[in-house]
Ligand binder design. Structure first.
Ligand SMILES: NC(=O)c1ccc[n+]([C@@H]2O[C@H](COP(=O)([O-])OP(=O)(O)OC[C@H]3O[C@@H](n4cnc5c(N)ncnc54)[C@H](OP(=O)(O)O)[C@@H]3O)[C@@H](O)[C@H]2O)c1
Length: 383
C-alpha cells in the first residue's frame, strides 16, 4: 500500500553539561519510507515516555551501556497504533508497545512489538505500572529489598513513577512505609496512597537534621529503596538496622552533571559493615523476561482498584525535551507521559516551553490532563 507521511523526529544533538534542555535537541522532518520489509510494521506513536534514565545516558561516561550517541533519534518507550503491517502478527489499528524514540511514526519489526489490549488496561500503562517503571518497582522491592511484614521500608523519590508504586507494594507486603518527597502537596498525596509517614525532605538542610528527626520518631531502616541518593542517603545509612537491605534504583539528585565528576567515594559505608547490611543495584532490563510474573501479581490490584497507578498525561510532542527537563523540577507525581496530539494541533505548537508558560516549572501542574477515560484510577492531584 502506498502512504505519504512526514515524520517528525527529535534528534539528540548536544551533550548537556548540567541540566538537560531544549538546546540539546533538534526536531527534524523526514518523509516516512513506508516500503515495509517482510515482518515489518509502521506504527503511529500515540504516547511517548520521558524518563530519568535518558539523562544518565547523556553522561559522557559509559553506564550500563555506551552513552546515547549524538545526532540520533532520542530513544524511548512508546505506545502506538499500527498504521501499516507487513506481518501476519499485527493488523491496522492494533495497539502496541515498542522501544523506538521521540518521533511520530516508527518502522519496527513485529518481533520487537508488544501487543496491548485496551480492554485489559489503559494502553498508556505500558509506559508506567505495566511497563518499565512497574517492573523496576516490583522486582527491585520484592527481590532486592525482600520486605518482611512489620519491617520499615524507606522510599526516596516516593512520589515518582517508580517510588509511588514501591510505597504501595511495600504496604501490600505488610510493611510500615516512610516516604520522602519534595513538597507538602506530594507528602499529602503519598499518605492517600498508603504511606505511614511522608516527609518533605526539603525542610531539612543538612542530613543530620533529617536523621535527628527520624531518630526522634524512633524510625530506623530495614529496607531503603533509593531513587534519589545525596542528602537522604547520607541521613539514612547511619540508622540502618541489622541486615538492612539498601536497593539502589536511581540517584536522581546526581544526574544533572554530577555523574561525571570525581566523587569522594561511597559515604558512611562503615555502617553497612556494622549492621551486615546489603547494598544492591537493580536494573529494569534484568527482569524483562519476567514481565508475566509481575503482571500476574500486580494486575489484580489494578483491576480491583487497590493500586493507584498515577499517570500525568500531557499533550506536548513539540515540547518533549522540555518535559524531560521537567522531571528534574519535580512538579508532577506518578508517571509523566507525553501524548501525541493530532497533526493539526502540532502545527499550532512551536518548539520549546508549552504555550503561555512564563515560569514553566512553577505552572506545570496547571497543564496536566487526567487521562480519565481508559484508566484504572487517577488521583485528582495531577489534574
Ligand atoms: N534501575 C532501573 O532500572 C530504573 C528504572 C526506572 C527508574 N529508575 C530510577 O528511579 C528513579 C525514579 O525514576 P522515576 O521514573 O520514578 O522518575 P520520576 O517519576 O521522574 O520521579 C523522580 C522523583 O525524584 C525526585 N527528584 C527529581 N529530581 C531530584 C533531585 N535533584 N533531588 C532529589 N529528588 C529529585 C522527584 O521527587 P521530589 O520532588 O519529591 O523530590 C521525583 O518525584 C530515577 O533515579 C531513575 O533513574 C531506575
Amino acid at each position: 500500500m502506498s502512504i505519504s507521511l512526514i515524520n517528525q523526529r527529535w534528534i539528540y544533538v548536544k551533550r548537556p553539561v548540567a541540566e538537560v534542555g531544549t538546546e540539546h535537541y533538534e526536531r527534524i522532518e523526514q518523509p516516512v519510507d513506508a516500503q515495509l520489509a517482510e515482518g515489518e510494521v509502521l506504527i503511529a506513536n500515540r504516547y511517548i515516555s520521558v524518563d530519568p534514565y535518558m539523562r544518565i545516558q547523556q553522561s559522557a561516561s559509559p553506564n550500563w551501556e555506551a552513552p546515547h550517541p549524538l545526532n540520533q533519534l532520542q530513544q524511548s518507550g512508546v505506545v502506538g497504533q499500527v498504521l501499516l503491517s507487513n506481518s501476519n502478527q499485527f493488523r491496522e489499528g492494533d495497539w502496541v508497545g515498542a522501544y523506538t524514540g521521540w518521533e511520530l511514526y516508527s518502522r519496527v519489526h513485529a518481533n520487537a512489538l508488544t501487543r496491548l489490549d485496551p480492554d485489559m488496561a489503559p494502553v498508556s500503562s505500558a509506559l508506567g505500572v505495566l511497563g518499565m517503571p512497574g517492573r523496576t518497582a516490583w522486582f527491585g522491592l520484592m527481590e532486592a529489598g525482600q520486605p518482611n511484614p512489620g519491617e520499615t521500608v524507606f522510599v526516596s523519590g516516593a512520589s515518582g513513577a517508580v517510588g509511588s508504586l514501591v510505597v504501595q507494594f511495600a504496604k501490600k507486603a505488610g510493611c510500615k512505609v516512610v516516604a520522602f518527597a519534595g513538597s507538602v502537596e506530594k507528602c499529602r498525596w503519598l499518605k492517600t496512597i498508603g504511606a505511614d509517614a511522608a516527609i518533605n525532605y526539603r525542610q531539612f538542610h543538612k542530613p543530620e537534621h533529617l536523621r535527628d528527626h527520624l531518630i526522634a520518631q524512633s524510625l530506623s531502616v530495614d529496607v531503603y529503596f533509593d531513587n534519589v541518593g545525596g542528602m537522604i542517603t547520607d541521613a539514612l545509612v547511619p540508622i540502618i538496622n541489622r541486615r538492612a537491605r539498601i536497593v539502589i534504583c536511581g540517584q536522581m539528585s546526581q544526574y544533572n552533571g554530577q555523574l561525571d565528576e570525581v566523587s569522594l567515594g561511597p559515604r558512611f559505608l562503615h555502617h553497612v559493615l556494622y549492621q551486615r547490611a546489603t547494598i544492591q543495584g537493580i536494573l529494569a532490563r534484568d527482569y524483562n523476561h519476567r514481565m508475566d510474573e509481575m503482571v500476574a501479581a500486580v494486575g489484580p490490584w489494578i483491576r480491583d482498584g487497590s493500586l493507584v497507578a498515577e499517570e500525568t498525561i500531557v499533550d506536548g510532542f513539540r515540547q518533549l525535551p522540555w518535559y524531560l527537563a521537567s522531571l528534574f523540577d519535580r512538579s508532577s507525581h506518578g508517571k509523566l507521559i507525553v501524548r501525541v496530539e493530532d497533526e493539526r494541533a502540532l502545527d499550532a505548537q512551536p518548539n520549546g516551553t508549552p504555550a503561555k508558560q512564563k515560569r514553566p516549572f512553577a505552572l506545570l501542574p496547571a497543564l496536566f490532563m487526567n487521562n480519565s477515560r481508559n484508566r484504572p484510577r487517577v488521583s485528582s492531584a495531577s489534574g
